[in-house]
Design a protein around this ligand. Sequence first.
Ligand code: KG4
Ligand code: ZN
Length: 333
Amino acid sequence: MIILAIETSCDETAVAVSRDGREILAEEIFSQVDLHALYGGVVPEIASRNHIQVLTKLVDGVLEKAGLMKRDLDAMAVTYAPGLIGALLVGVNFAKSAAYALGIPLIPVHHIHGHIAANYIAYPELKPPFLCTVVSGGHSQLVDVRNYRDLSIIGSTRDDAAGECFDKVARVLGLGYPGGRALDDLAQGGNDKAYDLPRANVDGSPLDMSFSGLKTAVLNLIHNAEQKGETLDKKGLAASFAAAISDALVPRTIQAAQELGYKHIAVAGGVAANSRIRRDMERAASKAGCSLYLPPLSLCGDNAAMIACQAFFEGKPGILEQLDLNAYATMPL
Ligand code: KG4
Ligand code: ZN
């Protein structure tokens, strides 16, 4: 089954075409990061306009790369939730029109289901059930992946997402937007014990996390140092911060897998690219006797290959019932 997928939930316009889910035939990603970096964050209106401008070209480019014609497509897939509503609507309307014009089914995909599916592309042998820790700009969740379409959250952040904290701290350190990657680079070779940062627990919910106290502690530390004219050990701070985030995620991931009786653990989302988290996950999973699945860096951030892959597992719905598909800024898993 050949599926063409579109992902426009935030500031990446992405298109991919896959065969039977796990095999990616071609993909294109247009990142708008430079446009939004000017403003220190994503400007929804600018994101929507740019999706409109580049989407048709990307679709043509992907088909050409894959050596396919439009008539070769068996289905269209699109991210319909969660994300920036205006940005999502661009992809949803494009996909609906294309599916209607071509007379093929349209498969809606939840963005987070897509992130998890990135692992099916990287690891053809991976099959549910497994535990997946999803860490992105907007989500930090421990997900019980019982089956391809049957997922539930068993732990999550009560406030900020891990990626949000990386971006905020990076911005205050003058590393630009989005700063997760730059903060990761800065942390290389830094002393992860340079600063004693808080690790929060949620009373009565051991699998839930809280990052806002950590974020505030780091921001206060930076501002206080500036006011007192003290020199910050920026490398040490970046390393200490990454260690604090990792300390929240990794032990809970192992505990969640053990509680569910799973021996397979996956990680997904933009923050899954973080070198400290990857290293700690590898060590902890091996100690717990679990197999660990980490997507390659190219599949951690937003892309359409993961949407095409999940769409395959969503099944093949009828054509007409999908034409009233809407986009949603929020949507439970
Ligand atoms: O999954 P994603 O591309 O978009 C969302 O769905 O949110 O995740 C983006 C997030 C941003 O917060 C970005 O700073 C973070 O992933 N990120 C990283 C790294 N690479 C990207 N955070 C920490 N370390 C990295 N190497
Ligand atoms: Zn994402």
